[in-house]
Design a protein around this ligand. Sequence first.
Ligand code: HEC
Length: 169
Amino acid sequence: MKNITLALLVGTLILNAQVFDVKKGWSLVGATDKIENLSLFSEGCMGSVYSYGEKQWHTYPDGDLKKMNVGEGFWIYATKDCSVDTSKVVSTFDAKSFFLGNCATCHGDSGQGASSRAIKGQTKSWYSSKLTPFQKGDRTSPSVMSGLLKGFDVNNLDKLNTFLATLGK
Ligand code: HEC
């Protein structure tokens, strides 16, 4: 039942991907892109976000709901009719801080290598060829990298690859 509803919702929303037009009150919507940061939904007209998964409700901003994966449906409570453009959230992705926070412990702050191998000094297309299989779920080892990158927003992966290509320069 849930899947059928979502398929219909995603079918309609794909037309205006990343922009959620909601009416005052409760609306059920579906994510067509991964939303890393739900903060836009708590600004202005948006009150709260509810999502149901693993037999319980997850809420934002008061609960444990932090991000939304592609195809996930959720409820938004809006205090008036409004529109939220999630591309604004995506554009706040900062590749350097993402790298320092998630990758540097193993690969070093400038890609020189730490607990794992050096990865600096390569071209953007090399990084893309190495990381895209993780993003698509075709490669699962090391599992840490798969966990970080599986289903990763492709625009953000592109930014990450651009940043990685500056390492060691
Ligand atoms: C827990 C440690 C760990 C973390 C965190 C980690 N990696 Fe890795 N990474 C590895 C290991 C181990 C390998 C080597 C895998 C191999 O040689 O098969 C690797 C390999 C790579 C490679 C080369 C892949 C190849 O096939 O040659 C790249 C590029 C890379 N990591 C980027 C990243 C990026 C970007 C992040 C952050 C999103 C990250 N890694 C996070 C451990 C880690």
